[in-house]
Structure formats: C-alpha cells, structure tokens
Design a protein around this ligand. Structure first.
Ligand SMILES: [Fe+2]
Length: 1054
C-alpha cells in the first residue's frame, strides 16, 4: 500500500498459496486513501479492507485496481475486522467513538454503537456470533440469548512500525487484558481497560426519553369524498412522522414514529373536519421533515393541511400544507407523504428526506405504461390523439395533433385503449383522467360540467340546427323574454336553474343576461369605431399589428392560391385617409426603397412603402389572409359554413383611435373558377354600407375563431399543460420553484380534459359553432407550427414582435408603444412588471448565483423536458431561453405566470361582455358575400332586404345560444376564485422574507387596481373611455364573483 509507481501488470495478480518470505516488490498496489493507512484485514473470499486517517475504510479486491466500496466514520478509522464466518460483514472502530457493523454490499451500516471513547481495536469470537443482521433486528428485536456476546474493545497503544511520509503504515498491536460478558449492561470505560458494549439497539430505546406530540389533520368535506359517509365509519388515518435528518451515527434514516389519527367532533369550520393523533417521539428525533399518511377509509379524502404541535422540543407548530386527495389504501397500498412547509433546493434537502424526495418524484412520473386510474397522481405526456371518435363514425375521425406532420404541445397521458378503427387514436371515454390533485374547485366543476353535459345538449336538441334568427327582435328576445329549452333527452335529474341561475330561469327558460356591451350602447356592434377599438381593448387585443411592408402581398404559392398581390392599393388608402392628412404629407406616388429591422428575427427586409404613413407607424392590420386561405376550399366543402382569407387595414387617427380603412376578402381558385378578391370599405352609400357590414361579419368570425382557438385555447390552456406536467414530474413539492409556480398551474389540466371531452372534440360545440368546423383545432396546430415561440409569450416581446412597441430604456416598462392608448398593453405591462418584480425577489432569494441555477438538477431536468418532450415539436427552436442564470429563470417564470394569469384573463373574462351579443362577434359566417358569384335573384333580394343577408350570414340559433351559454360560464368568476397576489400561500408564511416580498407584490396589484380605475376615468384615453363604451377593466386584478369583466385569477381555471 505504500507509494510506488504503478506497474503495468498491477491489475493481474496471482497469489501463491503460501508465502514464506516478504519481498521488496509488492505483488499489488492499491491507491485511493487520502491519508495514512491504519489497519488491514482480509476476507476468505479474496477481499482486502484498509482503514485510514482519511476517516474511511476501503474495500479492495485482489486483481482489481478500483476500490470496491467506501465506508465512512467521522474520524480516523483505526481498526477493521471481517466477520470470520460471513464475508459480507465487517466491523470498524474509530477515534470518533463509534463501532459500526457494515454490510459489504451496498456499503450500509447494519448496526452500530457509541462507546464515547477512542476505539483502536476490535475483535470478535471465531464463531462470528457477535454479528447481527439488520433483518433480524427489525423483525424479531433483540434476543438476549442469542446476542449476549459483546464487542470487546481494548484501549492500547499503537506502535508505529514504519512511516514514509503521507503513506505511513501503522501496525496495530492490540492486547487483550480481559473479556467480559454481560447482558444489557454497559461496562466501565476507563482508559487501558476493557470496554464491553452491547450491540443491541434495544438499549437505546430503553434509555431514550420521549415527548408527546399532537398531530391535527384538517380534512375538507367534499361531494365525492369520504366525509359524506364520515358519521358511519370508524376508520381513520395512519400517520408516520419522518425525521428530517439521518441518524448521525449510522447514516441511516431514523425509524419513523407511527400513530393513528381518529376523527374528532370539534368544530373547525363548516366544511371541515379534524383528525387527531397523539404520538410520542424520542427526544433525539430532531426536526420532523415529513409526514406519511395512509387513508384507512374505503373512499378518498381531501386533506387541507396537517399541524404537528409540540412546542418544547420542536420550536412551535410545524405546518404541512397538503391540499391534496389521499386515496383509500384499498385502492393503492402506497401511502402518501407530505413534506413540511419549508422549501429546499435539491442540494439543501435535509439528509433524512433525500430518499423520500426522490421516491415521490418517481411516483409522480410513473413508468409510462398502463391506463391511468382516477385516484392516481401520475403526470406523463401524450399527443392529442383523442379528439376524434373513429369507432363511432368515419366522420368523427380526426388527425393526431402532435408530431412532425401536425406539431402541437403535449397533453397528459391517460393510457386508454386504442381505437379499433385507427390504431393511432385513443378510444373515447366519458371521463378523462387527470392527476387527482388537478381537480377543479367543486363549484367550478359543477357549473362547467352541467353546462357541457346537460345544458348544451338540450340547446342542441332543436329539430333544425341550421335555422338562423328571422329578425333582430328574435335576438333581443334571448335577453328580454328568453326561450324555452327543449326537453332533456336523457333522464337527467339536474335542475339547471340551481346550478346555472344566470342562464336558466324557472320552468327551464333559457334567458340570457344582457351583456355589458349592449347595456351601454345597443348599437355599438354596428359602429366602425367600436369595431376598431376592440382590436386594442376588446376580447382579442393580441392580433393587431403594425404594417411594415408595402404593398401587402401573400407569401402563399400563387400557383395554388392565385395572385399574391393585395387589392388594397395606395389610391384606395389615400381616399380613405384623405380627410385626415394632406397629399403633401402622404405622397403615395413616391414609393421609396427603405430598410427596416424587424425586432423578432433581426432580419433585414427590403420594401417599398408609402413613406409617410409607414414611417409614421400609422397603418395597422388584422391579418387573416395567409393563415386561413389554405383552408378555404376544405371549409367550403362543409355544409353551413364558408371562409375567405381576410385583411383588415386600420389607420391611426390624430385622436389616437383607429379607423377601419378597408377589408379585403379573398377566395382562392376553386371549382375551375379563378381567384376572387374584393376590397370593401366604409361607405355613405346604402348598398356599399351593407356590403361593408357583411364583410365585417366575416372578419369578426375570423377574429372570433382566432381568439378562441389561438389566443385563448392554444396560447394559454394548451401550451401551459406541458409546464404543469414537467413541474410535477421534476420539481419536488418542497422545491421553491414548484411552490412559486403551483398557484398558477392548478385547475388547468382538468378544464383542459373537460374541453377535450365535450368542447373541442370531434362534433363538439367548438366544431359545430365556429367557422372552420372540423378543422378548428387543426388550425390551432398550424398556428402553433408557424407562429408560436416561447419567448414571444412574454408581453413585451409579443408587443415588439407585432410592431406595437419598440424598446426604449427611457420609457415606462422600457417600451414605447406605437399606439399610446393601447389599453391591453398599458394595463398588461403594469401586471407584467409586478409579476416580474415578485419573481425576481423570490428567485434571487433562492438562487443568488448562477452556479446554483446550473447545479440544480431538478430545475435543469424540468426545463429540458418542457422543451424536448412537452413542446417536443418545437424543440429545435433557437429562441428557447437557456437556463443558466437567475435572470434566465426569472424570465422563464415571469413568462409562464403572465400567460396563466394576465394573458388568460385578458382573453377570457370579457367573453360574455363582448361576444354575449353575438352580432358583435359572430363565431361563424355561414354565407358568401353576395358579390362573389352574383346572380340576379340574389342581387334583388339583397337590395330588398339586406338585413336578411346579414342574419343568414350570422350563426344559427342553436350555434348562437350554445356559444353564448359557454361564454357566460367561461366569463364567470366562482366564489372561490383565487386572484393574483390576493392571498399568500400557506407554505410561504414560514419565511419572513418571502412573506414580506409577497406583501409588496400584493400591494402593487392593489395600486394597479387604482391606476386602472383612474385610466378608465380619463377622457383623453378614447380607446377606453367614451359614451356607451365598455371601459377596459379586463386586467383589473381583483373582482367580485360572477360576470364582472375584470379580475386576474392566478391560473387558467376556466
Ligand atoms: Fe380559459
């Protein structure tokens, strides 16, 4: 073992059967100790053990260079001995006073004792009986008859026989002075005397004192849970307290402290009930790090929190926030574990919790096989292959979304059986699995489920689904008189009036509340200024963009879609804006060659442009041309709908408001006919004015479709689901980033599953009511493929990419808006900055330096999986942020929280206010423009009764009513809504700093509330204030319950 140059043949050793003399040249040399070697011992099976002042013992195998095992003490390991009868065990002694029995395999301590004196030698009986195996200790306990042999330790001097610098060898020369054999008695321990120590663990329990601890478990009464039967049951909960740190002497987990919690009768709240257990824990147990709970009932139960109370030893109550369903042990034998409220990065995990942390994540990840059961909590990925129902009908087949052909985010894997017809599709079910703790609040679940499963089918059971409204009075009657619901087709006992009182009045009368839009101005839906205003302050304020290239030109293949040039000409624009600017200012005949740097891709583009207008950033566009044109032919094959590509151009007036200039509708070559396109303009002439209104109806349908399928579904609900899955799979519940994100990710998976089940599925309400019909969700896949980037979900980046803002360090929020009075942007940036400040304060607290971000294995695995699995079809995007610094993490988290809170609120909670009167935002345009293929009869009818053309173009009665009912429920805040910054999470209360910075966040949001109120009272802001105008309140942080058109919840929960 001395220091020698390694010989080439060192790994191949043949030991002679007998050694008669010692040679100078070693047969084999092992390297690995970091200090002087103190002791050696050989086993019968050819292993060698060495111990050292480096506080370790090393296991070697003759013929192998590498150390085979490492065994640690807290000080010099002075002595080692193999078990004479079982080579799988050895004993070690150390200056730290510990004697440990090791199991060679796994390098585990199987038993130990502390003699509190320097140990320099150990020996044992030749029959090896002093060795005890852990299995015996744990299952049988100590049997004195069998284990009445004691370690005999002699305190003797050590002779230094040779020393060669750092690798000196000591020869230990123990001398036995006597051996004593006693039972359950610790022998005297003076130096140079024999010390006998019983190897039983029983002694520690007999001398250890304990203290009483109360465990209080708060359980919520739930609709489906155990507590509706609670009065009848005697079962309770098994609990086990887990020590935070390992036993310092053994390196093993301390035994848990077990008990049973019984239901108590004391009152703790209307919907709550308490279970309590009194336990005795050893005084040397240390801090409790977690609690294991097993549900003895036959039904699941929802545990809100657990409090462990023992002031004297534990320093006050220990809080464990659960908010989780606990399955019955009869469903799943694996008990649940809950960690205490203190957050830990992986590297900071208390030693006693490391294995529990890892195990819990493995449970949540599952193994990717099998069909998920309702009580499970497994988070895994799958493609969208369950929207169709090919087993029921060929018409209900839908392509798989997710993959190279149709890129899409991943959804939660359910593992259901495959379709019999299409092996790529998953079979349908009446209840889609989500991990159990993703369940809605029951209030929301009840109303949404009743809507989807009961009200919509009844509305849809009308004999003729295609009938439109005969006149506008019939539309008004939806609000004033209501309409009788068709009788229920099934034997449903649900009283819809109880659950959806805003929609269903007594005697099954479907009667809608008047939306805010027409409450304030009955005719606002007809007005061009309102049409334009809503692109900035309406339901879909995130599609309008600055025109940066001129002339407008399609990028689609002209051989397939016809000429690429737009029919909107400079002369046409000149006519429209002539009243607001002079020809001297706008010389459209003077086209110039300019260059512009697009912030999104930093590409240089060459273009010719009407210099003044473009350079002054006055032209804006709602562009649905290239996106929808490829679907026109396919959509027109479906009865009851039609489609164009559309461009709508706006001019920024000196007043700061937008004026619609022109709508261009395009039909590609179809049925042997060439491309058709026409530009429609606001007009003072009757026929053109009605054509303009019809063209607006088409554009509004396009915008409604884009809003619902992209701005709402894709960008929030759909794209966030992979974040949720990855967060639960890779960030432990005790991880601070898990706890930061959790309020913003809850409830989303369940509403997504319900949507897959009844809303966006084949022949679901979305398909039946929106213009793309069966191509609805497929179009969102096209947008995901072409436009979605993670970085552009951040509000500032989104605004810049659309030309609605430029970076300006001197401006508020670092951005100068292209349209100064852009309500969505102005209010959104306030929320964005508040979120970013809170996230910065939080993240830098746990990650003061970049290396902590980089070395956090859970965090890195989380981010990698989001990119490569959750958004696998976009994994090669160069725009994915790297995650190396605290700033990187702040950017990523702020982006996610903004999407789940601010962005979703902006596109969700105004749905009824703006689209509850469907002429303002029809979801479908069912008829072509009368000028596309004019015939005399149609022309005459149009001239006679143009209103009928508009009513025929609008959604059918069934479509309108179903969409209005959905929008009403989607726009409703439940009584238990959780608003951004409103309430601190219980687990943050443990930490004063986090509590303080959350209070600042909360205070900032209250301040924003006041700022937005002030803005809505400022009459200079004409895009949000005016006669009959709905003020822009969608990003006001807080709200009462109901349909209020304001309030920013934490998460996408409806
Ligand atoms: Fe939503």
């Amino acid at each position: 073992m001395k220091t020698m140059r390694r010989s080439l043949d060192s790994a191949c050793v043949i030991l002679p059967p007998k050694v008669f003399q010692l040679l100078e040249k070693p047969l084999h040399e092992f390297r690995g100790h970091g200090g002087v070697v103190l002791a050696l011992t050989c086993s019968k099976n050819g292993h060698l053990l060495s111990s050292s002042v480096d506080k370790t013992a090393h296991l070697w195998k003759l013929g192998h260079d590498q150390c085979q095992g490492l065994y640690s003490h807290n000080n010099y390991v002075t002595c080692i001995k193999f078990n004479p009868v079982d080579d799988n065990y050895f004993i070690s002694g150390s200056i730290d006073g510990k004697i440990r029995i090791w199991k060679v395999e796994g390098c585990r301590v199987s038993d130990w004792t502390d003699i509190r004196e320097i140990v320099i030698s150990v020996c044992c009986r030749p029959d090896g009986k002093l060795w005890k195996k852990p299995e015996r200790l744990r299952t049988v306990g100590v049997q004195n008859e069998q284990f009445n042999v004691y370690l005999v330790v002699m305190i003797v001097f050590v002779n230094v026989v040779r020393s060669t610098g750092g690798n000196a060898c000591f020869a230990v020369t123990p001398k036995f002075e006597s051996v004593r054999k006693l039972e359950n008695v610790r022998v005297g321990r003076a130096s140079r005397t024999i010390k006998a120590v019983q190897t039983s663990t029983e002694k520690s329990t007999t001398i250890t004192t304990t203290t009483s601890v109360a465990v209080e478990i708060t359980v919520l009464k739930t609709l489906g849970g155990v507590l509706h039967q609670v009065g009848l049951v005697k079962e309770g909960l098994h609990v086990e307290l887990v020590a935070a740190v390992l036993d310092p002497y053994t390196g093993l987990e301390k035994p848990t402290v077990k008990g049973f919690a019984h239901k108590k009768d004391k009152y703790i709240g209307d919907n709550k009930i308490s279970y309590e257990s009194n336990l005795k824990i050893p005084n040397d147990f240390g801090k409790v790090g977690a609690i294991i709970v097993e549900n003895e009932h036959h039904k699941e139960m929802f545990v809100e929190n657990i409090v462990i109370i023992q002031k004297r030893l534990l320093g006050g109550p220990i809080n464990v926030t659960c908010n989780s369903w606990i399955h019955s042990k009869f469903d799943n034998k694996e008990p649940r574990i809950f960690f205490v409220d203190k957050s830990y990065l992986p590297s900071q995990t208390p030693s006693g919790l490391i294995s529990y942390r890892e195990k819990e994540l493995k449970i949540l990840q599952g193994d990717g096989t099998g069909e998920r059961k309702t009580f499970e909590r497994i988070y895994d990925y799958d493609v969208y292959n369950d929207l169709g129902d090919p087993d029921k009908s060929d018409d209900l087949w839908r392509p798989v979304l997710g993959g190279k052909e149709r890129p899409y985010p991943r959804r939660c894997r359910t593992g259901r059986a495959r379709s019999k017809i299409d092996p790529l599709s998953e079979s349908r079910t009446t209840s889609i699995y989500v991990p159990r703790d993703e369940a809605f609040s029951e209030v929301k679940h009840k109303s949404f489920w009743s809507l989807l499963s009961s009200l919509l089918p009844r509305i849809g059971s009308s004999s003729d689904n295609d009938v439109g409204f005969p006149n506008f009075t019939a539309i008004d009657n939806l609000y004033s008189e209501g309409v009788q619901l068709p009788a229920a087709t099934n034997k449903s006992t649900i009283n819809l009036g109880d659950i959806l009182p805003r929609l269903v009045k007594a005697y099954d009368l479907l009667q809608f509340e008047k939306p805010e839009l027409i409450k304030r101005d009955t005719f606002s839906w007809l007005k061009d200024e309102e049409f334009a205003r809503q692109t900035l302050a309406g339901l879909n304020p995130c599609r309008i963009q600055l025109v940066t290239e001129w002339p407008l030109k399609s990028k689609l293949d002209p051989k397939v879609y016809g000429p690429a040039e737009s029919a909107i000409t400079k002369e046409l624009i000149e006519q429209e804006i002539g009243g607001f600017t002079t020809l001297e200012n706008v010389r459209f005949d003077q086209l110039v060659l300019s260059m512009i740097v697009f912030p999104r891709n930093l590409h240089l583009h060459l273009f010719t442009a009407p210099l003044q207008v473009l350079e002054q950033n006055k032209l804006f566009i709602l562009d649905y041309h290239d996106l929808f044109l490829p679907y026109v032919t396919k959509v027109r094959e479906i009865k009851g709908t039609t489609l164009y590509g559309s461009r709508t151009l706006f001019y920024l007036m000196p007043s700061g408001t937008l004026k619609p200039l022109a709508i261009e509708l395009t039909r590609p070559p179809i049925d042997g006919k060439p491309q058709w396109k026409e530009v429609f303009r606001p007009s003072w002439e009757a026929s053109d004015l009605w054509l303009w209104r019809l063209a607006k109806a088409h554009v509004l349908a396009h915008d409604s479709g884009y809003h619902q399928l992209v701005s709402h579904w894709l960008r929030t609900h759909c794209c966030v689901e992979p974040y949720i899955i990855a967060t639960n799979r890779h960030l432990s519940a005790m991880h601070p980033i898990h706890r930061l994100l959790h309020p913003h990710l809850r409830y989303t998976m369940e509403i997504n599953a319900l949507s897959r089940e009844l809303l966006i599925n084949a022949d679901g309400t979305i398909e039946k009511s929106f213009f793309p019909h069966k191509y609805s969700i497929e179009i969102s896949s096209v947008v995901y493929d072409q436009l979605w980037q993670f970085d552009l979900q951040a509000l500032p980046a989104d605004l810049i990419s659309r030309g609605m803002a430029v970076e300006d360090p001197t401006a508020p929020h670092g951005l100068k808006l292209t349209i100064e009075d852009y309500p969505y942007a102005n209010d959104g940036l306030l929320i964005w900055d508040a979120i970013k400040k809170w996230v910065t304060d939080y993240v830098t607290y746990y990650y003061p330096k970049a290396n902590i971000v980089q070395s956090d294995n859970e965090l890195q695995a989380w981010w990698t999986e989001i990119q490569t699995v959750g958004h696998a079809d976009k994994r090669h995007g160069s725009w994915w942020p790297v995650l190396k610094t605290p700033d990187d993490l702040i950017g990523i988290i702020t982006n996610m929280i903004w999407v789940a809170s601010g962005h979703h609120a902006a596109v969700n909670f105004g749905q009824y206010d703006f689209a509850g009167f469907f002429p303002n935002r029809p979801t479908i345009a069912r008829t072509n423009m009368p000028t596309e293929d004019p015939n005399d009869t149609e022309k005459e009818e149009f001239l006679k009764r143009p209103e009928e053309f508009l009513l025929k173009c609008f959604p059918s009665q069934v479509q309108a009513k179903q969409v209005m009912a959905i929008l009403d429920v989607l726009s409703t805040h439940s009584p238990d809504e959780e608003y951004l910054g409103a309430k601190i999470e219980p687990y943050w209360k443990e930490d004063k700093y986090i509590t303080d910075v959350f209070e600042q966040f909360s205070g900032k949001l209250k301040e924003i509330e006041g700022i937005i109120d002030a803005r809505n009272a400022d009459h200079s802001l004409k895009n949000r204030v005016g006669a009959g105008v709905v003020p822009y309140q969608l990003l006001k942080p807080f709200s009462e319950e109901g349909v209020t058109g304001m309030g920013v919840p934490n998460s996408i929960s409806i």
